[in-house]
Write a protein that binds this ligand. Structure first.
Ligand SMILES: *Cc1c(COP(=O)(O)O)cnc(C)c1O
Length: 488
């Protein structure tokens, strides 16, 4: 089985796709046959979370010879519950909590697994080179990637974050990261500046051939890497299995999923689950005030020429959602030339339009909605007051969109809202929303929130303040290339 670039006919094995991260032509790797290769999804539903992960990842990445050990090493004992992603009933709906990993972010689900996939791929492909992970982060990816890769032999990791785009807790998590193979650097600008700069550095270094004789090669921990995306498919199955075991649904009944979206990785994993046969009903894409995806999914016009808004859900403050490219490929039935053209339009003109059958196919599965700052704040307050459930601003965006979505649909399909961060990562916003007072720094606010809500502070977040700062570099976007080149 081969992975293929979304922009040409370039084909590689799954292990090679994980090592490269991005295709030579700038495209993303995808399995064009995913919807056609048979998968016994029903027999998955009786398994434990780890067994399910093994089965699903083996299907998505069949070239790996020992997925069972990789899954064990990635997850066993690392999450604060065995089920990995608990499903909680809140009102009539369900919340799938994806933040029980070591850094309290949903990114942990994928980034606990990725280092295992990278090191195993390195062995299987007999690669001697050190794999240097180059990552731009809007906050959570950075820490989760550092946690996954630090001190992993044969790898190095370099994380760039927007100086003004992450919360104090997120920043503290990153700049206190220890490890012999890690480096963290702030970039003046927003996440898109950061991501664009890193993508350009990536391409320039590979094109220059400067790494050929240094025993190193670059890869990515961003969700453009298929090894990052594949592990996310698992929790759609976990949620479905839970609903089944609790008697909320019968086998085959559809379930709608509402997903707080930024780079489109999380929700695309739901589409993969659907292609593998899981009865995913509609996938509802929830955006914050940066509503570029809401507009695209309703009109077919993707237009990034708009003001970039900083919101209380910074991990979703994104104008270029990289993983949408994979959906364009699948919806256009593998029309790589079309995808290449659309991506060129986006880079050169800042806008592209998708029409016809491809757009229809997307709209037959995806719905979209957005949520502004006030609505997000009100939602946190309302959900706390009505159900005693504490949610973070990202989850609140999805909860609001879920409410709006329910008003428009006719079915009463069970609905799962994906929850992507612990409320303790955004204590000021959450405190304010539930009527508390956000005094002092974020660390004090966490304590106030714990006292007020009775919900315990996650282990990885308490004690953060006392840890020494190990990374203080700050650079401009156009210095990223030089910065990386100097370290290699
Ligand atoms: C990354 C992230 C998202 C967005 O996920 P995508 O896969 O980029 O769409 C949403 N919420 C939180 C808290 C995140 O860290």
């Amino acid at each position: 089985m081969k992975y293929q670039s979304t922009r040409s006919f370039e084909q590689v094995s799954d292990t090679a796709a994980v090592l490269r991260g991005i295709a030579a032509d700038g495209g993303l790797y995808i399995d064009p046959q995913l919807g056609e290769r048979p998968f016994d999804w029903q027999s998955c539903l009786d398994l434990t979370a780890l067994e399910m992960a093994e089965r699903i990842l083996h299907h998505l990445l069949p070239g790996y010879t020992d997925m069972a050990s990789l899954v064990k090493r990635a997850y066993e004992g690392k999450f604060d519950c065995e089920e990995l992603t608990p499903l909680v009933k809140v009102g009539d709906d369900f919340v799938l909590e994806l933040f029980h990993g070591p850094t309290s972010a949903f990114k942990d689900v994928a980034l606990s697994m990725l280092p295992q996939l990278v090191t195993a791929a390195r062995e299987q492909e007999s690669v001697k080179d050190e794999i240097v992970i180059l990552t731009a982060t809007s906050g959570d990816t950075g820490k989760a990637a550092l946690e996954g890769f630090h001190d992993v032999d044969g790898t190095g990791i370099l994380v760039f974050f927007p100086a003004d785009g992450v919360s104090p807790v997120q920043k503290a998590q990153m700049v206190t990261q220890a490890g012999k193979n890690v480096k963290v650097c702030a970039v003046r600008g927003n996440f898109d500046d950061c991501q664009t700069g890193v993508k350009q550095a990536f391409a320039a270094i590979n094109a220059s051939g400067m790494l050929n004789d240094r025993g190193k090669r670059l890869s990515s921990a961003n969700s453009i890497n298929i090894g990052r995306l594949a592990p996310q498919v698992v929790y759609y199955f976990i949620a479905y299995a839970k609903l089944l075991r609790r008697g909320e649904i019968t086998v085959g009944e559809p379930v709608d999923y509402v997903v707080p979206t930024g780079n489109f990785g999380d929700i695309l994993a739901g589409y993969f689950a659907r292609l593998m046969g899981l009865p995913v009903g509609r996938l509802v894409c929830a955006s914050n005030a940066n509503r570029v995806l809401t507009d695209f999914l309703t009109t077919g016009i993707y237009d990034k020429r708009r003001e970039f808004l900083k919101t209380s859900s910074p991990s979703m403050d994104i104008l270029v959602s990289s993983n949408l490219e994979r959906l364009l490929y699948l919806a256009s039935e593998g029309d790589a030339a079309l995808v290449a053209k659309l991506m060129r339009d986006l880079a050169e003109k800042g806008v592209y339009t998708l029409e016809g059958k491809a757009l229809e196919r997307i709209q037959s599965v995806f719905s979209a909605g957005c949520c502004d700052e006030e609505q997000s704040c009100q939602t946190i307050g309302r959900v706390w007051k009505d159900y005693g459930y504490l949610c973070d601003p990202h989850t609140a965006v999805a909860m609001h969109v879920a409410e709006e979505y329910k008003k428009t649909r006719e079915s009463r399909t069970p609905l799962v809202v994906l929850s992507t961060a612990s409320p303790y990562k955004f204590p000021a916003a959450v405190l304010k929303a539930i009527g508390g007072e956000a005094k002092g720094d974020e660390f004090l606010q966490m304590e106030t929130l714990a006292t007020l809500s009775g919900v315990p502070i996650p282990k990885g977040l308490s004690g953060l303040k006392e840890r020494p700062v190990l990374h203080e570099d700050i650079i401009d976007r156009d210095q990223i290339l030089d910065y990386v080149a100097n370290l290699l």
